[in-house]
Design a protein. Sequence first.
Length: 573
Amino acid sequence: MSNRFDKTTLPSRHVSVGPERAPHRSYYYAMGLSEEEIARPFVGLASAGNDSAPCNTRLDAQADAAREGVIQGGGMPRRFNTITVTDGIAMGHQGMKSSLVSREVIADSVELSVRGHCYDALVTFAGCDKSLPGMMMAMLRLNVPSIFVYGGSILPGRFHDKDVTVVDVFEIVGRYAAGTCPIEEVHALEKVACPGHGACGGQFTANTMACVAEAIGLSLPNSNMTPAPYSTREQIAVAAGAQVMELIAANIRPRDICTRAAFINAARVVAATGGSTNGALHLPAMAHEAGIEFDLFDVADAFKSTPYIADLKPGGKYVAKDMYEAGGVYMLMKTMLANDLLDGNCLTVTGKTLGENIDKVTWNPDQKVIYDVKTPITPTGGVVGLRGSLAPDGAIVKVAGMHRLQFEGPARVFECEEDTFAAVEKREIVEGQVIVIRYEGPKGGPGMREMLSTTAALYGLGLGEKVALVTDGRFSGGTRGFCIGHVGPEAADCGPIALVEDGDIIRIDAEAGTIDLDVPEDVLAERRSRWRSRSTDYQSGALWRYAQNVGPAYKGAVTHPGARAETHVYADI
């Protein structure tokens, strides 16, 4: 073993060093390890690989490729797996309640596996929405040297000579319901929209959080936009395995990297790319694991002064493959740093600062995907935070690609997503209405479902920006239109959204950052006195447990006290 590693200071000493650990070592001999290999640092390779969806099908192969890099660097790789809930398949039915809950299960399961086996470092592999923040939350919670590897995006499908994604399939359902396209067209599109392995191709939640991982410093530079089918993904995995050994040697940990300034950098990249509103849920949750106060309003403050400069779907023209060919996340960050929109002094997993990494990138003026900050698509970000009498604890909206930023209209209230979707299919929604979907929050759902089926169907009907939609639930990164999510306090906590009645006037101004309910306070007080809490159908199991523990959306919908309550950090055991 290289003498640069002192095993007696690492967590794995508890399962591999000294006479009293002979029983533990016998297990490693049973798996074919030599005495010399047992003496190396143990590196957990946490994979979210499975057969659930194309986002995850290549992850195990990438994790296995990382073994080579770990061994090259003097470590001993130990692969293990965790779950995913894939939103594209869970969407539009009760299964979506499991999605956000899975983020906590992923983080918890990685924590438990690392704690139980005393691993010294982590390389994590994820491909679908909640597995990305779940893995990074675990890295920050454990605080062992760690690198995050994205599995890569899917290549775009082609339909009628245009690039398409799964969101186009969700939207064609609305067109079919409106009678504007035949069922044969639906079937033809669904067969070509997703041509192979990888996560959804637009700037939806998976690609948004992949950009976050590079911006915050937890991924190797320009690694995450490489499409899943490309052979270079295995080279990236090997490089991550080798580099994590350098992090052990230098004792560089996730909390050294993910400072408050790094979180602001990440939030700015979400806004600059017109990313998913879910970024405003996952960044506070990650910060919570590091003991950093960083809530929805901190995210929104970073959004306010960040221009929208990456022309990505669903609001724009291009997909992740195009972003990769244009130069990736670091090409985007090149123009941002040059215009003082990023803190270049933040440390990264390269052992160098973000600014030092960016210095190696040359701006490409010929690519069409990423605009120069001096000539942005729009001068303010693609995502906006809102606050007002309907949402005292805040709300969020993606404005990338939208033509109108103000909306006022009468409320049309629904108590769950299914009822809303049925009304959309029956064409009962009227232009000018503000659709309110409540009791879909973290506690009230439980699970804070995404509403892509409903928002995509509205677009398919031609109502995309002719109605507004307000919910205490969430939206997919694929959602477009006047859709406001994360409204807090949620209905289950008797927030103002619980008191809205049909016909109440709601005013939204995404330019001013406000969302207000035009109902006198005495009327709301009377309604509040009549309000009664509701029980859900989930009175046992994981969803019940989640509902008992989950906190508000503006703080990340987290389920435990976080780093501020720690009495020890795992990495120092």
